[in-house]
Design a protein around this ligand. Sequence first.
Ligand code: BDR
Ligand code: CA
Length: 313
Amino acid sequence: TGPIVLDCDPGLDDAVALQYALGSGRYDLKAVTAVGGNAPVEHTYRNARALVKTFGVADDVPVYRGVGGRLTRRIEAAAAFDFHGRTGLGDETADDAGVPEHAENAVEALLRLSRTYAGELTVVATGPLTNIAAALIADPSFAERIRLVFMGGAVAEPGNVTPTAEFNIWHDPEAADLVVASGVDYTMVGLDATHRARFTLEHLARLEAAGEPLEFTVRLLKFYFGSYNHFHRAESVPLHDPLAVGAALDPTFLDTAEGTVFVECGSPLTNGQTVFLRKEHTAGTSLPPQLTERARGSQGKVALGLGPRDFVE
Ligand code: BDR
Ligand code: CA
């Protein structure tokens, strides 16, 4: 692929996604930008810097601090704070010593890179869409210069943080709605696909057998298994964020449909729910005219399941 930026909130599966992007050897990773989500941004920024150090790319991949709050809502203690451990990386102490901090923030870095690589840059977002929305507010033409692949949302699958909402969208629904309405070329990799990208104990045993280079990741994944077991009683885990990275590289990871995504921002019950209108249904819909107009103006691709390519090989 061409140049990419990983915008993330590490986050156990964000960490695995980063290692996957680096390990594939097929990504030209220009930067990592951190956003608040799984943990407050102080932690996700520190975690991201610790991760580039652990993965041996601290000199090549700069990390920028992003937006900590949400676009319009006050921050509250999020459910995910426990899920990913107190500081976001399970039991690990994030060692970021010696990794440079930059005065430029994530939004500025995203805008700059989108100009340097106009028309070529892929942004893979694996956290709430707050940084991407802030970049679009600062410069709406950002939408024309990038391709966005984001992990978030759900169509037919139930939510994972409320009965109808997926965590990344629920955390900042206004940001997500602004992004999908911006005209940006997007692919939504939501729970309909990621819940099928199962990582099992047998896969874990295979990684463990590989030894040293994957020891850190194995520890993160063990914590992740523990959280899924505790909160969802699951015996295998969905690797949400790595699937978004994989899909940016190879679209055959996903089965997608074209259409428009709307994000519910007004209802306390279904806050953060993503509603998908298929392209071929746009003309026949009874939605209010302003929504139909929006559907014509901003369409993207939405994953409805996994494609033919194997998630774990
Ligand atoms: C998403 O929420 C976060 O907890 C994960 O890192 C992933 O990005 C899954 O809903
Ligand atoms: Ca994430």
